[in-house]
Design a protein around this ligand. Structure first.
Ligand code: AQP
Length: 331
């Protein structure tokens, strides 16, 4: 096994936004240079809330094309669709038997998402973090690149792996979360106290990766800031702090360098600079996406090839786990 095995999953729901890009996708791309990188589009997670079947498939293709456009190279990473690998659901059940109900009941994301459901709060939504643990543990991954909102799920996943190993012997690897130093939590531009997300916050405050340049400019130029005038980070300056973090990532410049650069300049000039930098950053991704997205057969081929490689790894883990638990025919 490679020294580092990196695994992460991303939902094929909605349109992917700048938060997903900066918090997660950027790390996925960089992960290809640091170890064996495995990335999964988690359609089984997406169906924990209602989805239109035809839409779900479309969004899965969108997400796959975005990931490749962003720089995932199917020859240098394993990129696959979660539902193609049945080992994930089997391991999810097995891990459920060593997961404390009380721990699941404490998950913030479950509480937030449950509140939003009008018809049904599914048991699947409650079990979401166990499936997430199965995704990662099936590959014995050492590292999980995610945004800050996933900390609680990663801690739970570590507890599940430890409890499993304590009961059945050292079968699973206890993974580490990897959170970006800057940009682990990109905030909504209209409500900088709230994380930029697919399901919460205003459209106007959410920059989508596929937004046309003019829409990106408009959203960033109208970002909510504060009544002050200084371009610097601070607890009472959530909007400006967020924009500094965004610019820091897209320009690959430390935040304090930007504070020095923009000292004495007004918010308007600063926002215009952020807008242009983000337009430049996302433009090439959108262009590559437009080229890749129409060829759904090619996307399917990529996912099928990824699934074959993923299955070979996950099947080995499941065989070990089943043997350790004492289920199935001996052998
Ligand atoms: N605002 C954010 N800043 C930094 N990272 C973020 N992530 C999400 N929002 C931010 C990270 O993106 C990865 C993929 O997330 P996902 O597509 O699986 O969906 P999610 O976690 O549910 O995030 P969304 O898109 O914002 O959806 P909602 O709000 O509906 O839950 C994850 O690594 C996540 O940390």
């Amino acid at each position: 096994m490679a020294e580092k095995r990196i695994f992460s999953g991303i939902q094929p729901t909605g349109r992917k936004h700048l938060g997903n890009y900066i918090g997660a996708i950027r790390q996925y791309v960089e992960g290809q240079d640091r170890g064996e990188a495995i990335y999964c589009i988690v359609d089984l997670h997406a169906i924990t809330v209602p989805q239109d079947s035809a839409e779900l498939r479309e969004r899965l293709y969108d997400t796959t094309a975005i990931l490749i456009a962003a720089g995932l190279d199917p020859d240098r990473c394993i990129l696959f669709r979660q539902s193609d690998i049945r080992e994930h659901t089997e391991l999810c059940w097995l891990l459920g038997t060593v997961t404390a109900w009380g721990d699941l009941n404490r998950m913030h994301q479950f509480k937030e998402k449950a509140e939003q459901q009008r018809e049904l709060v599914s048991a699947g939504l409650f079990f979401y973090p166990v499936l997430q643990a199965a995704d990662v543990l099936a590959y014995r991954a050492t590292e999980v690149p995610v945004g800050d909102d996933q900390r609680q799920h990663i801690e739970l996943m570590r507890d599940i792996a430890e409890r499993f190993n304590a009961r059945y012997g050292e079968q699973l690897v206890v993974p580490e979360g990897r959170y970006p130093e800057v940009g682990a939590r990109i905030m909504n531009l209209q409500d900088p106290e709230t994380r930029m997300s697919t399901t919460y916050g205003s459209e106007q405050g959410t920059v989508y990766i596929l937004d046309p340049a003019d829409a990106v400019r408009k959203k960033i130029r109208s970002a909510v800031t504060d009544s002050g005038t200084e371009v610097r980070r601070g607890p009472d300056k959530a909007g400006i702090t967020n924009l500094i973090e965004v610019l820091s990532v897209v320009r690959d410049t430390p935040p304090d360098g930007l504070e020095r650069e923009f000292k004495g300049q007004g918010y308007g000039d600063f926002k215009a600079a952020v807008a242009e930098a983000v337009v430049e950053y996302l433009g090439p991704v959108r262009e590559r996406y437009e080229e890749l997205r129409p060829d759904e057969a090619a996307i399917e081929d990529t996912l099928a090839a990824g699934a074959e490689k993923a299955r070979a790894i996950a099947a080995g883990t499941l065989a070990d786990v089943r043997r350790a638990i004492g289920i199935g025919a001996p052998g």
